[in-house]
Design a protein around this ligand. Structure first.
Ligand code: PMP
Length: 354
């Protein structure tokens, strides 16, 4: 009988919430559809792609569009099939079997998943009780455990908190490890290190089109690093990792700067409004839940009733994310936020009378 090896034996496929829910606030996507004018350009572009040919292995056009959008050199950029693929590539290429990779928990769960598949040794550094990162603790543990790679998201999914740029710089400069700085949500904050990535020989920054850029369907992410690291990334990725449609459409989307800027403002305004309403609700129901600061497009709540509230929302057709004693809620349209808040108030009232 064929035996599965131990690193894959107990894996379960990633399952997004099963069932269909009219209101989806569970995946931190943008709630804004791409505008009609852009959709017309996309249709024309899609009709003219050479489908019988392989894509450009270096994704040159979309890489140039991304670099122009952020004002950096395209020579520092590697395109991926979502930043997820880039996390996978970084883990398999930059870790040898048994090498230590550090995560700072709670954080995005895929880091540990890919490190395990790469047969890395996952070293966990906790966060402070208030879920902020203790950079001194990270540096000390990285040294003590001979860590080869540190991966973390900034701003952080799921905590919605950000680590100020000066602290990130201090971390990168204080360790020998490769630092993979996942800036998936940095379009919503102003503490990016993109502009100075060339100053570090141990930094890879990840960005994605899945959040502020509103193009999760395309599966388009980017790794930004100085040339030596970029050379490796381009060498280890599979040759045709980004399909021709995503390259062409991504190039169009990244050229719509005015629309993107407006979308970003609307998303941040939605998150601020959601946060303000939740703060008012927390005051109305003292002790029911508490809320973290947010510099992202989602909010993070702590509550003893997370599981039952999560189920209550699902029963009302609203999908959010349940994480142990916490709930994560993506900022949606005005109507979606209102429906979520109405449901929340109703669930909290039910809790009072139960
Ligand atoms: N990093 C973080 C912190 C994320 O939250 C996500 C998506 N949830 C990703 C990476 C993956 O993004 P992509 O769609 O580019 O694969």
């Amino acid at each position: 009988m064929y035996e599965l090896n131990e690193k894959i034996r107990d894996l379960v496929p990633y399952e997004p919430i099963a069932g269909s829910y009219p209101i989806r606030l569970d995946a931190n996507e943008s709630f804004l559809p791409l505008p009609d004018g852009l959709r017309a350009k996309i249709a024309e572009t899609a009709a003219n792609i050479a489908y019988n040919r392989y894509p450009d292995p270096l994704s040159a056009d979309v890489t140039a569009a991304f670099a122009a959008y952020y004002g950096i050199s395209p020579d520092l950029v590697t395109a991926g099939n979502g930043s997820d693929e880039l996390i996978s590539i970084l883990s398999t290429a930059f870790l040898m079997k048994g090498d230590a990779m550090m995560v700072i928990l709670p954080d995005f769960s895929m880091y540990q998943f890919y490190a395990s598949l790469a047969e890395g040794r996952v070293v966990v550094c906790g966060k402070r009780d208030d879920l902020t990162i203790d950079v001194d603790a990270v540096i000390a543990k990285a040294k003590a455990e001979n860590v080869r790679m540190i991966v973390f998201s900034n701003p952080c999914n799921p905590t919605s908190l950000g680590l100020p740029r000066e602290e990130v710089r201090r971390l990168i400069r204080s360790v020998d490890a490769l630092v993979v700085l996942d800036e998936a949500y940095m379009d919503f904050w102003d503490q990016s290190l993109l502009g100075e990535v060339e100053e570090y020989d141990n930094l890879v920054i990840l960005r994605t089109c899945s959040k502020a850029i509103g193009s999760a369907a395309l599966r388009l992410g980017f790794a930004v690093a100085q040339p030596r690291l970029t050379r490796v990334l381009r060498a280890v990725k599979s040759p045709y990792n980004v399909n021709s449609l995503s390259q062409a459409i991504g190039t169009l989307v990244l050229a719509e700067r005015e629309w993107e800027a407006d979308a970003r403002e609307r998303i941040v305004a939605s998150r601020k409004a959601l946060q303000a309403s939740l703060e008012a609700l927390a005051a109305e129901f003292p002790g029911a839940f508490s809320l973290y600061d947010s510099c992202t497009n989602f909010v993070f709540l702590k509550t003893d009733r997370a599981k039952e509230l999560f189920q209550g929302f699902l029963d009302r057709g609203i999908a959010i994310r349940y994480m142990g004693g916490f709930l994560r809620v993506t900022a949606g349209s005005e109507a979606e936020n209102a429906a979520f808040l109405d449901a929340f108030r109703a669930l909290l009232r039910e809790g009072e009378t139960a």
